[in-house]
Write a protein that binds this ligand. Structure first.
Ligand code: FES
Length: 258
């Protein structure tokens, strides 16, 4: 471990994790970090609504850290995350770190999973599957919910780095406050591709895509686009110049595409 690091940030990548499980995972990671590292430890998930990596780096910087170690955790960490993470950390180091040094540690090798597996096999209980109730679904999972607007919110790692977690929490709160929650189905997604302009949100069935740089922008999307049925052109993301639009499925009886 880098001797001079005085703050440790543990980063786990797990796109599909409930809030409850995220809390347990991060608490366990934090405890593990504290057991091997003398200074402050931050545990975070690279996706989702919690504390993002950029925010954690700012917290460390503002807390007086002189050198922070960013430690990816996972067996294995997804290749796309490992390809993106160095650039994101370097971007923060170049633009926001100030006097704080930032080290990016290697992720664990897949073979190291064996070390973690041994105590698990030795200590955990197991249950005969025939003692459990078979069920592939719940009664409420039979029909699509009633809604007229589908909002896709990117919770991918790059949008999370740019603050989508805070916006996602605000989106839910504002939908409830404004009475729009019953009309809108909100789906958190993985990467939707225009990461460079993140955080990204899409509104369907109108097929409108937006960048959400701050909370004011989110409020405008809800009031002007979702509630009033209008548009917010200055926040809209359009297709790549010169690229033909993705073809849409025709409703014609021939079943052909148009
Ligand atoms: S991570 Fe959000 S668009 Fe890629």
């Amino acid at each position: 471990m880098t001797a001079a690091a005085d703050h440790l940030i543990l980063c786990v990548s797990q796109p599909s994790l409930s809030g409850c499980d995220e809390g347990r995972l991060l608490a366990a990671l934090h405890r593990a970090g504290r057991s091997v590292f003398a200074g402050p430890v931050t545990a975070l998930r690279l996706e989702g609504p919690g504390l993002g990596l950029a925010a954690a780096l700012r917290q460390a910087r503002d807390g007086g850290a002189r050198r922070v170690r960013v430690q990816p955790v996972g067996f294995p960490l997804a290749a796309n995350i490992l390809a993106w993470l160095p650039g994101a950390v370097a971007h923060f180091a170049a633009t926001e770190a100030g006097d704080m040094a930032v080290d990016l540690a290697d992720p664990p090798e897949p073979e190291e999973a064996a070390t973690a597996l041994a105590p698990l096999l030795a200590g955990s209980r197991s249950r005969d599957a025939r003692t459990l109730r078979p069920a592939l679904g719940k009664p409420g999972w039979q029909y699509p919910p009633d809604f007229d607007t589908h909002i896709l919110v990117c919770t991918g790692p790059r949008c999370a780095f740019l603050g989508s977690g805070t916006l996602q929490a605000r989106l839910k709160a504002r939908l409830a406050e404004t009475g729009l929650a019953d009309r809108c189905l909100v789906t958190a997604t993985g990467c939707l591709f225009p990461c460079n302009q993140g955080p990204v949100l899409a509104v369907y069935p109108r097929g409108l895509w937006f960048r959400i740089p701050d909370e004011a922008a989110l409020d405008r999307i809800l009031s002007d686009v979702v509630a009033a049925g209008g548009h917010a052109p200055d926040l809209a993301l359009s297709g790549r110049p010169g690229r033909r639009r993705v073809r849409t499925l025709s409703a014609s009886a021939t079943g052909s595409f148009s």
